[in-house]
Design a protein around this ligand. Sequence first.
Ligand SMILES: [Zn+2]
Length: 131
Amino acid sequence: MEKKLKTRGIGLKELRGCDVCGGSLAPFFKVVTMEFALFNRRNLQGVLGTTMILGGPENPGALAIAAAMAPGADEIVTVSEEADTTIELFICQKCEMGKICLAEVAQKRHDAIEKRENDASQRNPVDTSVG
Ligand SMILES: [Zn+2]
């Protein structure tokens, strides 16, 4: 039986050059999605506290039981799904194989998005006049 690949499309107007070098992406490239993640201290402390109640990490299985029963144990890390903390990068094959600083590339892409949005709002200012 043939397995069908799960895919999504990227339209022509969404395409741009490589976010690292600005070069061509053809014939294939990587789409890297970066999301902001943060340890949830309260949930982590809940699991660690429950582990201690169950005899501490020296007690075999205490952490596993705590992870199953402590409130918030399934969210030790919170990942933001907000658009302004998520960024999608296009990286060409050449750059993918080299040394890149993802933080720099993400900041460059973020700046480009912000500039595009500012330019668009200046072209189409919100009409606040009362007609
Ligand atoms: Zn590149």
